[in-house]
Design a protein around this ligand. Structure first.
Ligand code: ZN
Length: 322
């Protein structure tokens, strides 16, 4: 699946499944937001439905009727289930509608594939309604679910799916994708990749919308400015993780992005870090702290992230002082 960047293991696993005889009927792709989970699900669907490829090839042909319909988002047997416009949750009525469609045979292809991105948006009644379909799908029906909140999917859903974990992309993978597919000049692509924190989806949006990039730089500058703030000020600003899991996750991610650069700078590799004033600031802080303390602080941030994912209801506090 050449259209997919990063996450080689996840790709390879789906390719093997598509080329084998006994492909599972229910999959759950997990990993942080904006790393390409839905894109990979769509590409897997394209591979399964393609009628023009060599049966031994893991590359959709791009030319058959099925590939052309999917390119226009108009394949009758590949259905993406999203909440209605202006709604944040996937209502139970939508899930019931989907379950009804899943009881019918594919209209023109080998598979009828339902893609449900971010199943954490599904209300509990919907998730329960889905269980039977996951347990005994009609012949030819496949469900591709994604989730960016590892603690959320019901164990009953998890146990019925093949779980495919996905990871954030490396800056190199993001640069390669931006320069190749999106034709972004290499210098700009590298800058975006450094800010993207492994999220290709974010980098693509930020390439189209410079405000996003500016906003992230401002947020990182604010974090960087904490290095020279008084202890009281640090306690006040760093202690605030927000009041919900989503904002806590976001704050921790921004901190990790910034401290990654401080560690790089402390280890003499600041050429891999962000550019401009931020790099200069990371170099100063890295030189002041030294590699060992910078790494120790980074470890405490990662521990806070793990604590957040393990027990989302009990928000951890940010470590204040390196
Ligand atoms: Zn094709």
């Amino acid at each position: 699946m050449r259209a997919i960047y990063g996450n080689q293991q996840a790709q390879a696993r789906l390719e093997r499944a598509a080329l084998g005889d006994a492909v599972s009927h229910a999959w759950l792709l997990t990993g942080p937001a904006n790393i390409g989970k839905t894109t990979l699900a769509l590409e897997f669907a394209r591979l399964l439905e393609c009628t023009g490829r060599d049966p031994a090839s893991a590359e959709p042909c791009g030319e058959c009727v099925s590939c052309r319909k999917l390119a226009h988002g108009a394949h009758p047997d590949v259905i993406v289930i999203e909440p209605k416009k202006d709604e944040r949750t996937l209502k139970v009525e939508l899930v019931r509608e989907m379950i009804h469609l899943a009881s019918l045979a594919p209209s023109e292809s080998r598979w009828r594939i339902f893609i449900i991105p971010d199943i954490e948006r599904m209300v509990l009644a919907g998730a329960n309604a889905l269980l039977k379909t996951l347990e005994e799908p009609a012949p030819g029906v496949m469900l591709l679910l994604t989730s960016s909140e590892p603690e959320t999917p019901l164990p009953t859903i998890l146990s019925r799916c093949q779980v495919v974990p996905m990871l954030p992309l490396t800056p190199e993978e993001i640069t390669y994708a931006l320069t190749g597919r999106w034709q972004i000049p290499e210098m700009d692509a590298r800058r975006l990749a450094a800010l993207a924190n492994g999220r290709l989806g974010w980098a693509v949006r930020a390439a189209e919308n410079p405000d996003l990039r500016e906003q992230r730089i401002r947020e990182l500058e604010e974090i960087a400015s904490l290095a020279s703030a008084s202890r009281d000020e640090r306690l006040r600003r760093a202690g605030a993780l927000g009041t919900d899991v989503e904002s806590a996750r976001r704050v921790l991610e921004l901190w990790t992005l910034w401290w990654r650069d401080v560690v790089l700078a402390a280890g003499g590799a600041s050429h891999l870090a962000l550019s401009g004033d931020l790099r200069a600031c990371a170099e100063r802080l890295g030189a002041r702290l030294g590699l060992e303390r910078a790494q120790a602080f980074m470890r405490s941030l990662l521990a806070a992230q793990l604590a957040l994912e393990a027990n989302a209801l009990d928000l951890p506090r940010l470590p204040v002082k390196p």
